[in-house]
Design a protein around this ligand. Structure first.
Ligand SMILES: Cc1cc2nc3c(=O)[nH]c(=O)nc-3n(C[C@H](O)[C@H](O)[C@H](O)COP(=O)(O)OP(=O)(O)OC[C@H]3O[C@@H](n4cnc5c(N)ncnc54)[C@H](O)[C@@H]3O)c2cc1C
Ligand code: FES
Length: 250
């Protein structure tokens, strides 16, 4: 795993939905060495632990992080202003494995939607399925269309898009794709893994665990996976965050 610590100039940090912010950081010329589904570990002034945030986009010389204010760290991030420098450790983890010639369904639930944007940009004609609790939390719809995705939207209460869950939409559309990639709350990932198993489709899921070091040195982010019939512990930060759904012991 090759990563770097950089201080990146903050271009903008705008609120794009209820409690959700879009941070754009100047990375410099050339392609940013990051794969879709990888994450950045962001230093928050005054906090000893960095905050893991998925790479939402990395095109055009900008590293884009879309995050929801949850506690003190993300609140401090939301108050950072343009021209400040943000200390970022990246790229971290193993992202989604995208192969040419396959059609992917990219499924994001809530704040699991952002990493699907850069993933969509790396896929041919992806089907993107996004789900949110309600209209006030809907994000990135125009960005997915611009990235060339076929886009479906649902909300739990029907205030935007179709009323229902991403699992309903993937069940209706799974016959049109070769493989599924998903990021979101664990119960959602578990349900998607079950649908994929039922229909015999490969499925990659991005897991979220509390993190400290972010580089495989502290064991905070351990999860149980099954390899060659044996249950073993692996690190979400180093071996993941993306795992083959069939290997995860939920
Ligand atoms: C691989 C990965 C990618 C992520 N990508 C995104 C993203 O793109 N956008 C987004 O909004 N959120 C993302 N998260 C969740 C985000 O890291 C937490 O919401 C954030 O760390 C909360 O920090 P806080 O200080 O505001 O909250 P607090 O609850 O005050 O945090 C206290 C401590 O717990 C850790 N922590 C709390 N919740 C989480 C969590 N869910 N996951 C990991 N550590 C946590 C914090 O990092 C901090 O060290 C991701 C998490 C992981 C593991
Ligand atoms: S966060 Fe330290 S090992 Fe994963």
């Amino acid at each position: 795993m090759k990563y770097d610590i950089r201080k990146l100039r903050l271009i903008s940090n705008e609120k794009i939905a209820d409690g959700i912010f879009d941070m754009r950081l100047e990375y410099g010329d050339g392609e940013i060495p990051v794969a879709c589904g990888q994450f950045a570990h962001v230093y928050v002034p005054g906090k000893s632990l960095r905050r893991p945030i998925s790479v939402c986009d990395a095109r055009g010389g900008e590293l884009r992080l879309v995050y929801q204010v949850k506690g003190e760290g993300t609140k401090i991030m939301s108050q950072m202003k343009a021209e400040e420098y943000v200390d970022v450790l990246a790229p971290l983890g193993n992202g989604f494995n995208i192969e040419k010639g396959r059609r992917y369904a990219l499924i994001g639930g809530g704040i699991g939607v952002p990493p699907m944007l850069y993933t969509a940009a790396k896929c041919e004609n992806p089907l993107v399925i996004t789900g949110f609790r309600n209209e006030s939390l809907v994000i990135l719809q125009d960005d997915f269309v611009k990235a060339g995705a076929e886009l479906l939207l649902c909300t739990d209460d029907g205030t935007a898009g179709k009323k229902g869950f991403v699992t309903d939409l993937i069940r209706e559309n799974i016959g049109r794709v070769d493989e599924v990639c998903a990021c979101g709350p664990t119960p959602m990932l578990k349900a998607i893994a079950q649908v994929c198993r039922e229909f015999g489709k490969p499925c990659q899921i991005s897991l979220e665990e509390r993190m400290a070091c972010g580089i495989g040195a502290c064991l905070v982010c351990a999860v149980k996976v099954r390899k060659n019939g044996e249950e073993i512990m692996q690190h979400v930060c180093k071996n993941g965050p993306v795992f083959n759904a069939e290997e995860v012991v939920f």
